[in-house]
Design a protein around this ligand. Structure first.
Ligand SMILES: Nc1ncnc2c1ncn2[C@@H]1O[C@H](COP(=O)(O)OP(=O)(O)O)[C@@H](O)[C@H]1O
Ligand SMILES: N[C@@H](CCOP(=O)(O)O)C(=O)O
Length: 319
């Protein structure tokens, strides 16, 4: 469980009057999550989610919070940030940037079937299209420059086999990013971390995407690859489940058709998406931060997926 910054009900009572939510009645730390401190709060106006951002700063946060507002206004199902009496979505609490967003109903679907993957694929395509007229540009902070800067910091912790894989993949991805195919991919705001635990369902109906705090401007195809690599695999082996892959890709394609260029980039992009999370998990594993409660993610999971995506071509994108 990750609560890096503690907040008491008294802290909340002192801080809340600036928000149009009435009084705070209860606060509960949220177990899951590894980046921020999250709490459910009960107010006169109902239940909300309070997030204290542990790594993002006041300059970076408007991108995420305004993006969520922009998407919500266009019918994409995401939490709506609540502004304070000065119109600010991001306000200091214990000296750290913090925000209150609406609570999505339902729960995460951790054993998804094709029907859930189709819902996610269609909403992801709607999200990409809705982001077309979002005018704040902020790069995905965990894309190639971060990979290039982080690989040298973690190589010392890896055995020879893993070190070689990491070095080969960063070379491959650096070269891929220079290609004409890559450079012509459609770019815009992407979620970049749309795992099973970041989507809510009520039965088979999707109720929202959340945890936008890895979002940034990147290729739409990278977002699709990240999502496929989590939703459409056997979690024990990393092997793709073809029925789920097809359901997600077809649903996405029916809202926003894939391009020929994306066809060409697909296999390399699935590798990029696996590499990104292998690297961040290795980094988090060897450089843990303080937390009252913290469950690190297993890095070998994404190493396995990367090796698989290199060894076996995934199903092609629909045409
Ligand atoms: N808007 C929301 N509505 C409902 N539950 C939420 C919302 N935001 C976060 N949560 C809950 O909090 C948990 C942790 O949030 P998450 O954003 O994944 O944390 P972190 O940013 O630390 O990775 C989620 O698994 C979910 O149960
Ligand atoms: N999805 C990432 C880590 C980010 O954690 P989250 O709880 O914010 O999704 C991973 O699995 O490595």
């Amino acid at each position: 469980m990750a609560v890096f910054t503690s907040v008491t009900l008294q802290d909340l009572t002192d801080w809340m009057p600036q928000f149009p939510l009435g009084k705070a009645h209860a606060i509960r730390g949220i177990a899951s999550g590894i980046e921020n401190s999250n709490f459910f709060i009960d107010t006169d106006q109902g239940e909300y989610v309070l997030t204290i951002f542990e790594n993002l700063n006041f300059e970076q946060l408007p991108f995420y919070l305004k993006l969520m507002r922009h998407l919500a206004d266009r019918g994409v199902l995401v939490p709506a940030p609540i502004a304070n009496d000065r119109g600010d979505l991001c306000v200091a609490l214990h000296g750290k940037p913090s925000a209150i967003v609406s609570k999505l109903h339902g729960s995460s679907q951790m054993a998804p079937q094709a029907v859930h993957c189709a819902e996610v694929g269609a909403m992801l395509a709607r999200m990409h299209l809705a982001g077309l007229d979002f005018d704040i540009v902020q790069p995905n902070l965990r894309s190639l420059p971060w990979w290039q800067e982080t690989v040298p910091k973690v190589l010392q912790f890896l055995d020879e086999d893993k070190r070689q894989l990491m070095q080969e993949e960063i070379r491959f991805q650096s070269a891929f990013a220079e290609t004409a195919v890559y450079r012509q991919l459609q770019n815009g705001p992407v979620h970049a971390d749309l795992f099973r635990n970041n989507v809510m369902f009520d039965g088979d109906k999707l109720t929202g995407f959340f945890d936008f705090y890895f979002a940034g401007c990147d290729t739409w195809l990278f977002d699709v690859a990240v999502t496929i690599n989590d939703w459409c695999i056997d979690l024990d082996t990393g092997v793709l489940d073809l029925a789920r892959v097809e359901a997600m890709l077809q649903a996405y394609h029916s809202v926003r058709p894939f391009t020929e260029n994306e066809q060409e980039a697909w296999q390399a992009m699935l590798r990029a998406a696996a590499f990104r999370f292998w690297l961040s998990r290795v980094f988090d594993y060897y450089k843990p931060r303080d937390a009252e409660m913290l469950t690190p993610h297993d890095p070998t999971h994404f190493e396995r997926i990367l090796r698989l995506r290199i060894a076996e071509p995934a199903p092609k994108l629909p045409r």
